[in-house]
Design a protein around this ligand. Structure first.
Ligand SMILES: Nc1ncnc2c1ncn2[C@@H]1O[C@H](COP(=O)(O)OP(=O)(O)OP(=O)(O)O)[C@@H](O)[C@H]1O
Ligand SMILES: [Mg+2]
Length: 257
């Protein structure tokens, strides 16, 4: 298992209202092939921006991204990103939106079976012909996840993909993502607000500070899969992350858990 993504001292500034604002500062970590990494941090700390920089959809102001040792300059073909907002094509139905994720060179005979497989996986059987506006926010999110998964990239970048889902669907989707990750040996980089979700899914959690996002801590989650949410070890890691958010204030950490 080698290093697949190197995030080297990445800085990002945006000009907002004519003023340069520092968004990310000195972000530096590696992702190993087949690793599941989560990025957590408060709203506005630059998580989505960081994912876009990794995917080559946004330029860094300083530092660089390497994938398989090569600098990323422009959209990285190894990566597929499921955006925070579903970004579906409004005039295309569920079937076609998901099919859009398939490359042109996938033969027609295989397309239909693949699309149906992913529609089923995200629980949208029966909605093949629905347009995005006829779907709930969570259903749209599931279409976006299926569209990213079907393209079978080496590296999947998921930006709060389960944010709009109810608790039960969320748990099912988390299981599906883990299944795909294991079976197809993908590298996953996930942004989430949900600390339990980060512990449940990942090998490694990168905790960012408030804006400008800096790395506060990188926590390796040494738990075997499938992880047991109610276990003491699970609670230990959750607590370790909350400690970073509440500056080690025991009382606040106890309230949070
Ligand atoms: N294209 C842009 N132009 C100017 N400012 C931007 C742009 N994109 C993001 N920002 C700013 O950068 C900061 C970080 O945004 P980003 O979307 O990365 O945050 P985030 O951590 O993903 O937040 P959330 O958890 O709410 O999704 C915000 O202050 C935002 O206003
Ligand atoms: Mg975001």
């Amino acid at each position: 298992m080698g290093t697949i993504v190197q995030i080297k001292n990445v800085d990002k500034k945006f000009t907002i209202d004519g003023e340069q604002k520092e968004i990310l500062n000195g972000i530096d970590f590696n992702v190993q092939e087949g690793e599941f990494v989560s990025i957590v941090g408060s709203s506005g700390c630059g998580k989505s921006t960081l994912l876009k920089i990794i995917a080559g959809l946004e330029d860094a102001t300083g530092g660089e991204i390497l994938i398989h040792g090569k600098p990323v300059n422009g959209p990285a073909p190894e990566c597929k990103m499921a955006f925070q907002e579903a970004r579906l094509l409004p005039w295309r139905n569920v079937y076609k939106n998901i099919g859009f994720g398939l490359g042109k060179d996938v033969p027609k005979s295989e397309r239909d079976e693949l699309i149906k497989k992913y529609i089923d996986m995200v629980g949208l059987k029966g909605f093949e012909n629905a347009l995005p506006k006829q779907l709930s926010g969570g259903m749209q999110q599931r279409v976006a996840i299926a569209r990213a998964l079907i393209s079978n990239p080496n590296i999947l970048l998921l930006d709060e993909p389960f944010g709009a889902l109810d608790a039960l669907t969320r748990i099912n989707m988390q299981r599906e993502i883990l299944k795909i990750w294991k079976q197809e040996n993908k590298t996953m980089i996930l942004v989430t607000h949900d600390i339990e979700e980060a512990v449940y899914l990942s090998n490694k959690v990168v905790i960012l500070s408030e804006r400008p996002g800096r790395i506060k801590k990188i926590l390796n989650i040494d738990l075997a899969y499938p992880k047991v949410r109610g276990s003491g070890d699970f609670a230990y890691y959750t607590k370790e992350i909350y400690k970073e958010f509440f500056a080690d204030n025991e009382q606040e950490v106890e309230y949070a858990i």
